[in-house]
Design a protein around this ligand. Structure first.
Ligand code: TRP
Length: 395
C-alpha cells in the first residue's frame, strides 16, 4: 500500500519512509512550516549569551525553530520570558533519548537565567496507555527525579503533575477551557489524526498540553501578567500541539510561544526509528548497569562498518548511518575528538569495535554520573520542585 511507504511522524509514531535509512527532517521542516536553525541564529545566540552555543545546536541536533528571534529580541530588551517543556511518564525507566530535551533545557536555563515549567502529562498517559491513574501519577513523580538529576535550579523550576496541578490551580483550568473553546473536533482530527473510536479524553487533551505555554497558567510564578513570552524546547514530533497553541494564542490575547525542535534520538537498530521504551532492545535505559550498556552497544548498535576487516581498512566505514557514531554526536562534547573519530572511521583507520568501545565508555560515564545524582534526590527535594508557591519572580 502506497500510504504505508511514506515517512510518518506524529506525537505517537515516528518511522522513515520504506527503504530510507533515516527520517527526513528537512521534509518535516517543509511539511510543518518551521524554520531551519541557521548560522545567523547561532551567532546571535552566541553574542547574546557570551558563550559558544550548546553542541546540540552546533551539530544540528536542535535543527528547527519558530519565532526564536522574537524571544531573543525580548531578552535583549531585558524583558522576561520563560521556558516550558514536558514529559509523558509512561514507564519507570527513562532512556537516553529522554535526556536530550532536558539536557538542552538545562543549558537554556543556565545561559538565559529564566524560570522553567515542566509538565508531567500523567493524564495523557492514562488516556493513551494501559495505565491506571495512580500508576501514571506515581511514574510522573519517579520520572521527575530523573529530570531533577539533570541539574535544574530549584529556585527557578516548577515541575507539575497534570493530575495534581489541574485540580489545584483554577487559572490553569480556565486556560484549558479557553483553548478548548477555540478548537473544533474537525481541527483536532486534522492536526492529530484522531478517529471516531478514540475516547473523548484524547480530543480534549491537546488543550492541556497547550495551557502551560501561557504565563497566566502559573499565577504563583508570573502573577497575572499575560505578556510573558514562552520558549519551548522539544522533539519535533510535539510540534502539532504547539501549532495549535500558536494558532489560538492571539485570539486569547497571549503571545505565541516560540519553539526549538530537536531530531529524534535513534534506536540502537538505526535511524529509521527512534529509541522507544516499549522495545527494550532498541533502548539504553538510565538504569542500565555498565555491563548492560556494553552488551547492548556491542550486540545491537547498527554499524556503518564493512563486512570484513580487510574491506573496512580499504574502503572505510560510514559514520552517517553508524548508530555508535550518531550517539557520540549527542554525548561526546569534545569537538576535536569527535572530528578525529569521524575522520578515522571514514578512512578505515578506526574499526567498528574501536568506535563502539569509545561510545561504551562515554555512556558508562554519563549514565554512572546520572545514577549518582539521581540517588541524591530525596522526597524533600522532589517536593521542593513540585510545589508552586515557592516562586516569586515577577511579583
Ligand atoms: N506529550 C509529551 C510526551 O508524551 C509530554 C509533554 C507535555 C511535552 N508538554 C510538553 C513535551 C512540552 C515537550 C514540550 O512526552
Amino acid at each position: 500500500m502506497a500510504g504505508d511507504r511514506e515517512q510518518k511522524v506524529t506525537p505517537w509514531e515516528a518511522r522513515a519512509a520504506e527503504g530510507a535509512a533515516k527520517i527526513d527532517f528537512d521534509k518535516l521542516i517543509r511539511q510543518f512550516g518551521s524554520l531551519r536553525i541557521d548560522q545567523q541564529l547561532l551567532s546571535r545566540i552566541e553574542t547574546l549569551t557570551g558563550k559558544p552555543p550548546h553542541h546540540f545546536l552546533r551539530r544540528g541536533i536542535f535543527f528547527s525553530h519558530r519565532d526564536v528571534h522574537t524571544i531573543l529580541d525580548s531578552y535583549e530588551k531585558k524583558k522576561p520570558f520563560f521556558l516550558y517543556t514536558g514529559r509523558g511518564p509512561s514507564s519507570e525507566a527513562m532512556h537516553l533519548g529522554h535526556l536530550v530535551p532536558f539536557l538542552f533545557t538545562k543549558y537554556l536555563q543556565d545561559v538565559f537565567d529564566v524560570p522553567l515549567v515542566i509538565q508531567m502529562t500523567d493524564d495523557e498517559k492514562f488516556l493513551w496507555k494501559d495505565l491506571q491513574l495512580e500508576e501514571a501519577h506515581r511514574l510522573a513523580h519517579e520520572n521527575a527525579k530523573d529530570i531533577i538529576a539533570c541539574g535544574f535550579d530549584p529556585k527557578k523550576t516548577f515541575i507539575f503533575s497534570d493530575l495534581d496541578y489541574m485540580s489545584s490551580c483554577p487559572n490553569f483550568y480556565r486556560n484549558v477551557l479557553r483553548i478548548q473553546k477555540c478548537v473544533t473536533v474537525n481541527q483536532a482530527k486534522g492536526i492529530f489524526g484522531f478517529v471516531d473510536t478514540d475516547c473523548i479524553g484524547k480530543i480534549g487533551f491537546p488543550a492541556v498540553q497547550a495551557a502551560p505555554a501561557f504565563s497566566t497558567s502559573f499565577p504563583s510564578i508570573f502573577a497575572e501578567s499575560k505578556e510573558i513570552g514562552c520558549l519551548i524546547p522539544c522533539a519535533i514530533d510535539q510540534d502539532p500541539y504547539f501549532r495549535m497553541t500558536r494558532d489560538v494564542a492571539p485570539r486569547l490575547g497571549f503571545p505565541k510561544p516560540a519553539l526549538l525542535h530537536s531530531v529524534f534520538f535513534p534506536a540502537l537498530q538505526g535511524s529509521q526509528s527512534k529509541m522507544s521504551s516499549s522495545d527494550p532492545s532498541s533502548s539504553i535505559f538510565l538504569t542500565d548497569t555498565p555491563k548492560q550498556i556494553k552488551q547492548k552497544v556491542l550486540k545491537y548498535a547498527f554499524s556503518g562498518g564493512r563486512d570484513t576487516m580487510e574491506e573496512h581498512r580499504r574502503y572505510g566505514g560510514n559514520p552517517d548511518v553508524d548508530v555508535s557514531y550518531q550517539y557520540l554526536t549527542f554525548f561526546l562534547e569534545d569537538d576535536n575528538r569527535l572530528a578525529q573519530i569521524e575522520q578515522d572511521y571514514r578512512s578505515g583507520k578506526m574499526l567498528t569495535g574501536e568506535l563502539k568501545k569509545e561510545l561504551v565508555s562515554v555512556l558508562q560515564d554519563l549514565i554512572g554520573q546520572h545514577r549518582e545524582r539521581r540517588k541524591a534526590i530525596t522526597d524533600d527535594i522532589l517536593r521542593e520542585f513540585m510545589t508552586p508557591y515557592h516562586h516569586d519572580f515577577y511579583h
